[in-house]
Design a binder for this molecule. Structure first.
Ligand code: GDP
Ligand code: MG
Length: 432
């Protein structure tokens, strides 16, 4: 009996594999979420295609609906795509490590030179900032301001050629024992050849250990072109994604990572020097998906489907045509929403009342098991279930005959109740 029991439960507990329809349905919402997060169109398309292939046929976990299962897989794949875990700065065989910052004007290079310097200093390092943006007098001054805020020395040579400034700065760093050299460079509003050539010259002259591309998260779709061009020309080692403190969903993170394959190492989250974080792919994945939103969307779609089914059932109830097939349908719908206790606790005012209540979802599983052991005719017309049929159903579901009786009795009582309601003008009251 124990074997039969567990076999019956297993059949009900395993929700099977994700079908193509499950995945397609959920993936449509995921694609929308990606686009809404400003992920590049092509990146979003490629990503959903790849994940669709992985998701179809995947086993649905016990506590999840198929749609939630798809989102879970998407979340995992997004995290993996963005590097899985944290990525560190490259450490050279001998100091100093040379970090070259590059990016468009206004992306946050100068600010993030200061942030990075401060972070490194707080970890016991001795960074040196280098003023490599010689085109705007204000740029040198700006670096000096952040340098003094961070308590870090700034090296500058006015409007000397950037390559010369950088070489000189590194010599100085070696003399003074600075283990990190952080080079601020000029940006342009748009990518242009002159800028790229200058950056390339600096790269050739100083062989940076890290070339970090600073990307404004709010540029969204455009981030793809920027990252692609900079990476092609300079072979960057990583990205700093800035301005994530705004309401941007950070889709640029995914786009940048997808087109360059280079890790995002840091995230800027504000104008202050302390607003710098090591980049966490898993957090970014949730942010891009806007997890709550996606799940809400999916749940709404689900509710609409369930409503249709519920309407059908209540119509059949009132026409007194409800049978055990309908009951089974209802069990399935409730099951889809997750454990009964958690479903109920989401209803306003219920959480407190449920605190000490122990709801056994297996009751529903047991009843479902019994119904599943009936033939189609028996489910449609329970009155034909005689004692020998009851014994067969009990054996088939691993239950006792008493359990079958109890289920039939409960069902009969429900039907009586409905009949009474109808007699009292329930039809009108329910608006049918
Ligand atoms: P650069 O031209 O690339 O050197 O950019 P700046 O470092 O001068 O930054 C341009 C503007 O963006 C400044 O007003 C910064 O205060 C601002 N900024 C930089 N990083 C962040 C960030 O992470 N969050 C916010 N909100 N603003 C930032
Ligand atoms: Mg600057």
């Amino acid at each position: 009996l124990a074997d039969k029991l567990s076999a019956a439960f297993k059949r009900l507990k395993s929700k099977g594999k994700l079908s193509e329809d499950d995945v397609k349905e959920a993936m449509r919402e995921v694609r929308l979420a990606l686009l809404e997060a400003d992920v590049n169109y092509k990146v979003a398309k490629d990503f959903t295609k790849k994940v669709t292939e992985r998701a179809v046929g995947a086993e649905v976990m016990e506590s999840l609906t198929p749609a939630q299962m798809v989102v879970k897989i998407v979340d995992e794949e997004l995290t993996a795509l963005m590097g899985g875990g944290e990525t560190r700065l490259v450490s050279p065989p001998s100091p100093p490590a040379i970090i070259m910052m590059c990016g468009l004007q206004g992306s946050g290079k100068t600010t993030h030179c200061g942030k990075l310097a401060k972070m490194l200093k707080s970890r016991g390092h001795r960074p040196l900032l280098v003023a490599g943006d010689i085109y705007r007098p204000a740029a040198i001054k700006q670096l000096q301001v952040v340098g003094s805020q961070a308590g870090v020395a700034v090296f500058e040579m006015g409007t000397e050629k950037p390559v010369k400034i950088c070489k000189e700065a590194i010599r100085r760093a070696k003399d003074y024992g600075n283990d990190y050299v952080i080079i601020d460079t000029a940006g342009r509003l748009q990518i242009d050849e002159v800028l790229m050539e200058e950056l390339h010259n600096i790269k050739d002259a100083v062989h940076p250990t890290d070339i970090l591309l600073v990307v404004d998260a709010m540029t969204g779709q455009e981030a793809v072109n920027v990252a692609k061009t900079f990476d092609e020309k300079l072979d960057i080692t990583g990205v700093i994604l800035t301005k994530l403190d705004g309401d941007t969903r950070g889709g640029a993170a995914l786009s940048v990572r997808a087109v360059t394959g280079k890790p995002i190492k840091f995230a800027g989250t504000g104008e202050k020097l302390d607003d710098l974080e090591v980049f966490h792919p898993d957090r970014m994945a949730s942010r891009i998906l806007g997890m709550g939103d996606v799940l809400t969307l999916i749940e709404e779609a689900q509710v609409k489907m369930d409503q249709k089914a519920a309407e059908k059932v209540s119509r059949r109830m009132l026409e007194n045509k409800m049978d055990l097939n309908d009951l089974l349908d209802q069990f399935k719908q409730v099951k889809r929403m997750g454990p009964l206790k958690s479903v109920l606790s989401k209803m306003p005012g219920m959480e407190k009342q449920l605190k000490d209540v122990d709801i056994d979802d297996r009751d529903m599983d047991r009843m479902a098991a019994i119904i599943l052991s009936m033939t189609k005719e028996e489910r449609a017309k329970p009155s034909i279930i005689n004692p020998s049929r009851k014994r067969r159903i009990a054996a088939g579901s691993g239950m006792r005959v008493e359990d079958v009786n109890r289920l039939l009795r409960q069902f009969e009582q429900t039907q009586k109740l409905i009949k009474q309601l109808r007699g009292k003008g329930g039809r009108r009251r329910f608006g049918f």
